[in-house]
Design a protein around this ligand. Structure first.
Ligand code: ZN
Length: 255
């Protein structure tokens, strides 16, 4: 490990920081619970996803998939579902909760897609939310899952380090503090110091824990939780671990 440069003194943090920190902690908890987060809904196009998400309100993804496996081979475009009409659509979805209102909403949505969007699912939040039965949550799912265009990053997590951190996880890196609050866990990388807990904000150097002085925690590492503008490095050991992953379980990414 190379010695970290001198850090700025931590400034008193405005309240907003706390909510960004909490947001990140929640995101981490979700990731830990479900390392490959994606919808369980089955779809092969943005339109199929839109239909599935509308159907999934207060219903299980499994029940929606059972319905769409029969519906999509028959009708998987706005034009085709519009042609089915409420009466033709209902038999496919009657096993799903609230199917009557969902059938109506879907037909209205298909009509709007055909008449206002040339049969294409729009890519803006405003246009999506204007569709019948499509609320903010559905619009978010479509934007995130189908288009990957939703952005809500705010300072201090607005410089892309969260993505870098998550890609680190994707390539088999652990949190630099080892996910234990008592110095007992490590991150399986030799050249990162053992650290007790995550760091937040912009810590003052050095922050010593787990007898890791004189340099202390490597809080400028992408696998900590510090502010984006305080993070700038992976260690050679972390890079080697990512390369090993790219040569192994994630080989399909580079071949
Ligand atoms: Zn993480």
């Amino acid at each position: 490990m190379s010695a970290p440069s001198t850090r700025r003194q931590a400034k008193p943090r405005p309240q907003l920081r706390m909510s960004a920190r909490r947001r990140r902690a929640i995101f981490e908890a979700l990731r830990a619970a479900n390392p490959a987060p994606r919808t369980e809904l089955e779809y092969a196009s943005a339109f199929e996803l839109l239909v599935a998400v509308v159907l999934s309100a207060q219903a299980t993804d499994k029940s929606v998939n059972l319905a769409t496996r029969k519906l999509f081979p028959v009708a998987n475009t706005p034009e085709a579902i519009l042609a089915l009409g409420v009466a033709g659509l209902t038999p496919y979805i009657r096993t799903i909760g609230l199917f009557n209102s969902k059938a109506k909403h879907l037909i209205e949505t298909c009509r709007a897609l055909v008449e206002q969007h040339g049969g294409v699912v729009p890519r803006t939040r405003e246009a999506l939310e204007a569709l019948p039965g499509v609320g903010r949550k559905t619009a978010n799912v479509i934007l995130n899952t189908a288009f990957g265009t939703a952005g809500s990053a705010g300072a201090p997590f607005n410089l892309g380090r969260t993505a870098t951190h998550e890609i680190g996880h994707f390539l088999n890196l652990r949190h630099i503090w080892g996910d234990t609050p008592d110095c007992s866990g490590g991150d399986f990388v030799d050249d990162t110091p053992n650290a007790e807990t995550p760091n937040y904000g912009k810590p003052a150097f050095p922050r010593v824990s787990c007898s890791n002085g004189p340099n202390g925690d490597m809080f400028m590492n992408y696998m900590d939780y510090t502010d984006d503008d305080s993070m700038y490095m992976f260690t050679p050991g972390q890079v080697a671990r990512m390369h090993t992953t790219l040569d192994g379980p994630r080989k399909s990414l580079v071949s």
